[in-house]
Design a protein around this ligand. Structure first.
Ligand SMILES: C[S@@+](CC[C@H](N)C(=O)[O-])C[C@H]1O[C@@H](n2cnc3c(N)ncnc32)[C@H](O)[C@@H]1O
Length: 228
């Protein structure tokens, strides 16, 4: 892939992470770690998109659902480290995956990230209780309609006016149906119809922003309503 401006170092970090995974003797779900990392992570191009988005929107509070081995997490952390502020909570239901991710991510400064083990149902409400707003979310956990609708349902009300939610795998890769693609597409179709949702699609991502004008106070007089 061609390198974009500002992306050099994060792609080098991604290479270091992959090299580290090659040196690990452990298996995860009967697969060597490096093979599991390649097969189950967001492709590099998508991760670079997340990285550049986080650098651009400069979020304070970020949430990732589905740490897995931490590949997408690496790109988010690196962007936050470059911004010089902001924090990330990354949620993973599998304790072994979360521990392996923390080991693989030891190549970067992890002071801005907190790893939570549990399902999104178990931990997301408790995290959000402490935050007034959330600025950036990456939803990439269980690819089930009921789960992603729950995750969207608790995150969206707390989304800051300039915040963004990215949902992975709402569109089949090259039109190929796979990995509960049907459930993801159904959930995505419902989300797109919800009041106030502005959405876009990029590669396999569904991108959501809150349409602020309809949530904001309507105390102003619209121009067309003003008497001359
Ligand atoms: C596709 S992988 C995530 C890949 C990762 N975001 C990346 O790009 O490197 C999905 C992960 O979500 C975890 N997961 C599945 N259901 C979950 C749930 N309900 N809550 C939190 N994590 C979940 C799985 O164990 C798996 O590690």
């Amino acid at each position: 892939m061609s390198r974009q401006e500002g992306s050099m170092d994060v792609l080098d970090l991604a290479q270091s992470m992959k090299a580290k995974s090659m040196e690990m003797p452990e298996q995860l779900k009967e697969k060597p770690i490096h093979e599991y990392l390649i097969k189950n992570s967001t492709p590099e191009r998508g991760c670079l998109f997340l990285h550049n988005l986080v650098q651009d929107i400069r979020p304070r509070h970020c949430i990732e659902i589905g740490t897995c081995l931490g590949f997408s997490t690496l790109f988010i952390i690196d962007a936050l480290n470059k911004n010089g502020f902001g924090d990330l909570v990354t949620i993973e239901k599998n304790v072994e995956s979360s521990a392996l991710a923390q080991h693989l991510l030891s190549i970067v400064d992890m002071s801005r990230v907190q790893f939570k083990v549990g399902t999104s149902h178990e931990v997301l409400p408790e995290i959000l209780e402490d935050w007034d707003e959330v600025d950036f979310c990456y939803i990439d956990g269980e690819h089930k309609k009921e789960t992603v609708l729950f995750e969207f349902g608790v995150l969206y009300p707390k989304l800051y006016k300039d915040g963004i939610i990215v949902m992975n795998d709402v569109i089949g890769y090259n039109g190929v149906i796979g990995y509960n693609d049907g459930e993801m597409r159904e959930a995505w179709a419902e989300i797109k119809l919800k009041e106030g949702v502005m959405w876009s699609e990029h590669e396999r991502f569904g991108i959501i922003k809150k349409r602020f004008s309809i949530h904001a106070s309507r105390s102003h007089v619209p121009l067309e309503g003003k008497k001359k």
